[in-house]
Design a protein around this ligand. Structure first.
Ligand code: FPP
Length: 225
């Protein structure tokens, strides 16, 4: 069995490249998203096996509402299906699932699937899987600031989950309003692999690359945590 050396690690992934993966095969974009959903299931399982503590996946950004309605509806259909079909397996594997992002613009059926999946996996002691839907980092920060001002306290407004390793697939090198606060000291890894092709081996190689980075958190190599 593999040694669990990543048990404190928070990995975040910007899952990009579904559309290009499909176009390169002469398939509709929806086929790329479906393949992307398979990749999600595979990478979640691989992350749990590797002993990663938390995995945050960027599934739908608040700016993705600008896409054609048919594509948006395909994506929401896939999220709903993932939650409904995977909940038992997730719970069985000790994976706790949370959905982050705005909930006020989601359909009631999806909200029900989210609530159920969160409730049924709440006892998971292994991987914490966080799926970001209708997520905007700037929106989260603005909301947290307002809430803090209203309460007048200094409590950590975002309930911070510092990211250790941020992976973006699909070859672009940008953050696209994802976890801007939590990535303050994240190691960034950009790979040309399209999301539907990102598998267990690609994850393992990203983790190896991360292990060879020297993290200093603004200090000196000898004093960094
Ligand atoms: C980016 O690829 C991907 C998305 C906007 C959606 C991510 C969704 C999935 C991986 C599908 C299922 C997810 C879950 C959680 C079950 P893109 O369409 O922007 O690709 P492109 O840049 O090549 O056009």
């Amino acid at each position: 069995m593999e040694t669990k050396i990543y048990d404190k690690l928070h990995v975040a992934i910007i899952m990009d490249g579904n559309g290009r993966w499909a176009e390169a095969r002469g398939l509709p974009r929806s086929a790329g998203h479906r393949a992307g959903a398979h990749s999600v299931a595979r990478v979640v399982e691989a992350s749990a096996k590797q002993g990663i503590a938390a995995l945050t996946l960027y599934a739908f950004s608040s700016d993705n509402w600008q896409r054609p309605a048919t594509e948006v509806s395909t994506l929401f259909g896939l999220f709903d299906r993932y939650l409904r079909t995977q909940v038992k397996a997730l719970a069985g594997n000790g994976i706790r699932l949370s959905v982050i992002g705005r909930r006020d613009r989601l359909a009631t059926s999806l909200l029900n699937s989210i609530t159920r999946a969160e409730r049924e996996t709440a006892g998971g002691k292994g991987l914490h899987l966080r799926i970001a839907i209708d997520y905007s980092s700037r929106h989260e920060m603005a909301r947290a600031l307002q809430a803090r001002t209203a309460r007048g306290d200094m409590h950590d407004p975002l309930g911070t989950h510092d990211v250790d390793l941020l992976i973006r697939t699909g070859g672009e090198q940008r953050l696209s309003d994802f976890m801007l606060w939590e990535c303050a000291y994240a190691e960034l890894l950009f790979t040309p692999v399209q999301w539907p092709d990102f598998d267990e081996t690609a994850l393992a190689s990203a983790l190896r690359a991360f292990s060879s980075r020297q993290r200093r958190f603004g200090g000196l190599a000898s004093t960094a945590a």
